[in-house]
Design a protein around this ligand. Structure first.
Ligand code: TRP
Length: 333
């Protein structure tokens, strides 16, 4: 190990604020699995971000553990990756406070996600919701991550993180690695089955397939998927968003190209196509669901994984916090 070049480091996280979806799998986790050999990866269950909007405590706890089981069931190897729960590593809160003192009110006010979420939760616009991007910057900078795989909606947050890091380094010297958003070209952007103009989202259960959905649920959701009033199975995002989304899903589930999928369903109509996509997804998710169900029952195993993950993460994070505290003039304990 000592003689090999340092692998680039990756950090990413998903909030346990809802159950994982086919969109989370095809757009994020599947790519993480592909990265685990080439990079040094940390994958975090960001429960502290989840409480920026009100959560039911028992659900938050259940989903945090399920999310870990699902990461592993999707193929993330706990030996190769550090998988942990954000609240288990106090350095996230510690660095977040410091970075908040190097972030402008104006910068946070310009965040698109804050504007959206404060509209959605107009009765509960907390300072946590406002400073959410600072906590995210702490997540990333604590581990000196080089690359941050995120969806396009999170790019602005990673850019802010870079700005904060650059500002801090400008004052105190090179403390933080400047991270870059890493938006995989391959990652399928999965849209809602019910409203294919929108991204698949857990807040729209009809248009959303959850990783833990039963085959019957999946079959039903694909049968009802919105298409258009034509008959041809053709990829055309503009004019046929529903069919194009189904082709994207089919291609991601089977490994076939879009062209191969179009050819396969040429002249067959949606009555054949839609259930076939459903079946492909059922087969894709079956082993993941079964393995996750098995792991969720094995509390001791999961505990071992998240305890070890937190320990490994904390060792790295703690070094960064100490360095930062020293630089800004805190007395060493
Ligand atoms: N904000 C991200 C999202 O909602 C989740 C997240 C929190 C994250 N911390 C992160 C993603 C650090 C990447 C890196 O999708």
């Amino acid at each position: 190990m000592e003689h090999t070049e340092r692998k680039k480091r990756i950090f990413s996280g998903i909030q346990p604020s809802g159950d994982l979806t086919l969109g989370s799998y095809m757009g994020a986790i599947k790519n993480w699995v592909a990265l685990q050999d080439e990079y040094d990866c940390l994958y975090c269950i960001v429960d502290m971000h989840a409480i920026t909007v009100r959560q039911v405590p028992a659900d938050l706890r259940r989903r945090s553990l399920e999310q870990l089981a699902q990461y592993i069931a999707c193929g993330l190897d706990p030996q190769k990756n550090i998988m942990f729960i954000q609240s288990h590593v106090p350095a996230h809160a510690e660095l977040s406070w410091v970075l908040g003192c190097y972030t402008q009110f104006g910068e946070l006010s310009r965040m698109t996600q804050f504007k959206q979420k404060s509209q959605q939760h107009a009765d509960n616009i907390t300072s946590g919701l406002f400073t959410y991007p600072v906590l995210m910057a702490a997540d990333i900078l604590l581990y000196q991550a080089d690359l941050v795989p995120v969806g396009a909606d999170q790019k602005q947050h990673v850019e802010l993180c870079r700005d904060i890091a650059q500002r801090f380094n400008g004052i105190y010297g090179d403390v933080f690695t400047l991270p870059e958003p890493f938006i995989p070209k391959l990652g399928a952007r999965v849209m809602s089955l019910a409203a294919p103009e929108n991204k698949m989202s857990k807040s729209d259960p009809d248009g959303c397939v959850f990783l833990m959905d039963s085959p019957d649920d999946i079959r039903r959701k694909f049968k009802r998927a919105v298409t258009d009033c034509e008959t041809a199975v053709k990829f055309d995002k503009e004019n046929k968003p529903g069919v194009s989304n189904l082709l994207t899903i089919y291609s991601a589930a089977t490994g076939k190209t879009i062209e191969e999928a179009e050819a396969e369903f040429a002249g067959q109509g949606y009555g054949v196509f839609k259930p076939a996509v459903g079946d492909a997804v059922i087969e894709l998710l079956r082993p993941i669901r079964e393995e996750a169900e098995r792991l969720i029952k094995d509390k001791a195993y999961l505990q071992g994984i998240y305890a070890e993950g937190a320990e490994r993460a904390a060792a790295v994070a703690h070094r960064t916090v100490r360095k930062v505290y020293k630089k800004i003039g805190f007395v060493e304990r």
